[in-house]
Design a protein around this ligand. Structure first.
Ligand code: IMP
Length: 338
């Protein structure tokens, strides 16, 4: 079997996603216990215990989610429709523990100014970062305020330099990969997440850019997070993995003797409430209990991956650079059987 480096994986003839690859340990590990693996990461000038951010979707990140993720050393990005936003803007208690807020292209400048004065990271939440309006908005904010700005999304690195020149500090990578995303079906746009992350990673490297990389969409389990980070992402962004928890906005619904919560795309009918172009699904997912359980499972899985890969730190994990491409039957063999 061929062991692929990141460079070789980037040259692979087909677009690849998380289930197509696996990490290949090739050393005797010095790590005696999982707890020795250090998952800390720096992202946009902040120290995170775990390189996890939450998607600014209205069924994922409300005030509760943002605050609990902050306590757990992750970064929650409040969705721009959240009812707590008014209180945050008035600088009340609500602002504590919320470090990042999403805005739209048409969000008025006084709101941006207020968020900047509170020291918030600003996420310009659009489906396509490669748009003059997005670049102009980013440039305008960066020229006026001393803030960190996240833009998104992109599927390859061809415009990365333009985004950095517009002042973007981080970019969300992923088009068509989100679990409630219908973009690829509606438009034919989008490539596998592994190929997207690699293309952007190498564009950054080749051009010597500083913009930080967020692997966004299609992440289903802790293993996918280990893969995304080993490929070169600085942090991951999660929608479905955090949805359905107690802290996610929305009611718990009992149906057919099972508890559920709603999860929907930002461009779904339920969010837009009108029949304009829809690019997202709405679904119910089984209730998961408190988000701390999800975060602990991610932390355990990532530490274990680092232990297999003989990596005390995430930097070391990135340096290992050995991957396999799985045949479909190899992938199926990896799944637990009933
Ligand atoms: P998930 O973690 O696989 O569920 O993906 C979450 C990501 O899907 C988000 O962070 C967005 O980048 C993307 N996304 C959210 N809503 C939509 C939508 O309505 N259409 C397309 N993509 C979406």
């Amino acid at each position: 079997m061929k062991i692929f480096s990141r460079e070789e994986l980037n040259e692979y003839s087909l677009s690849l996603t998380f289930d197509d690859i696996s990490l290949v340990p090739r050393e005797v590990s010095r790590i005696k216990s999982r707890t020795e693996a250090n998952t800390q990461a720096r992202f946009l000038g902040r120290q995170l215990a775990l390189p996890v951010t939450s998607s600014p979707m209205d069924t994922v990140t409300g005030i509760e989610m943002a605050k609990v993720l902050d306590e757990l050393g992750c970064l929650g990005i409040l969705n721009r429709f959240d009812s707590s936003l008014d209180k945050i803007l008035s600088g009340g208690e609500e602002a504590k523990g919320v470090h990042a807020v999403s805005i739209g292209i048409n969000t008025p400048d006084q709101i941006v100014e207020k968020l900047a004065s509170l020291g918030m990271i600003i996420c310009i939440d659009t489906a396509n970062a490669n748009n003059t309006k997005v670049l102009e908005k980013c440039e305008e904010i960066k020229n006026k305020y001393d803030v960190k700005v996240i833009v998104g999304n992109i599927a390859n690195g061809s415009t990365l330099e333009d985004l950095e020149n517009a002042g973007a500090d981080a970019v969300r990578i992923g088009i068509g990969g989100g679990s409630v995303c219908t973009t690829s079906i509606q438009t034919g746009i989008g490539i596998g997440q592994v190929s997207s992350i690699l293309d952007v990673y190498f564009a950054k490297k080749e051009k010597g850019l500083k913009i930080e990389l967020i692997a966004d969409g299609g992440i289903k389990n802790p293993g996918d997070i280990a893969k995304a980070l080993a490929l070169g992402a600085d942090v991951v962004m999660l929608g479905r993995m955090l949805a359905g928890t107690f802290e996610a906005p929305g009611e718990i619904i009992k149906y057919n003797d099972q508890l559920w919560k709603k999860y929907r795309g930002s461009a779904s009918f339920g969010v837009k409430m009108k029949n304009e172009f829809i690019e997202g699904e709405e679904t119910m997912i089984p209730y998961k209990g408190h988000v701390v359980n999800v975060i602990n499972a991610i932390s355990d899985g990532l530490r274990s991956a680092m232990s297999y890969m003989n990596s005390f730190t995430l930097e070391e994990l990135k340096s290992k650079n050995s991957f396999a491409v799985l045949s479909n039957s190899s992938f199926l063999e990896r799944l637990p059987k009933k």
